[in-house]
Design a protein around this ligand. Structure first.
Ligand SMILES: [Zn+2]
Length: 115
């Protein structure tokens, strides 16, 4: 049943999904999926946050694959830590710039925002 629902077996067990289910029971579950099932599928859908992202330096083009962290804001630019800040394009007018250290193995995240 876990396979049919496209969820891990442990998850099915944890949520009390029987290992055998009639088509009618299955249809009922499908017609009104519990929140944990919806959440599980959202996490697995192609639209969900990718497991790996490509970090790319705006100055030299160096790239690195990294697992995105939950605390990462939306970066305007990424740059290697060893570049001078002057090498990064200036923020658009009226935007404030902040920097986030420690992105991937060698990047600084640049965030330009209106506040
Ligand atoms: Zn670089």
């Amino acid at each position: 049943m876990a396979l049919k629902l496209d969820i891990p077996v442990e998850m099915a067990v944890r949520h009390g999904i029987p290992t055998k289910m009639s088509d009618a029971e299955f249809a009922l579950l499908e017609s009104d999926p519990p929140p944990w099932l919806v959440q599980s599928r959202a996490n697995r859908s192609p639209k969900a946050r990718p497991v790996w992202v490509e970090l790319k330096c705006v100055v030299c083009g160096f790239t690195e694959a990294a697992r995105p962290k939950k605390w990462w804001p939306a970066f305007t630019y990424l740059t290697c830590a060893h570049h001078a800040i002057g090498e990064v394009p200036d923020p658009a007018e009226g935007l404030y710039r902040s920097e986030v250290d420690g992105i991937g193995s060698r990047f600084i995240g640049i965030v330009d925002s209106a506040s």
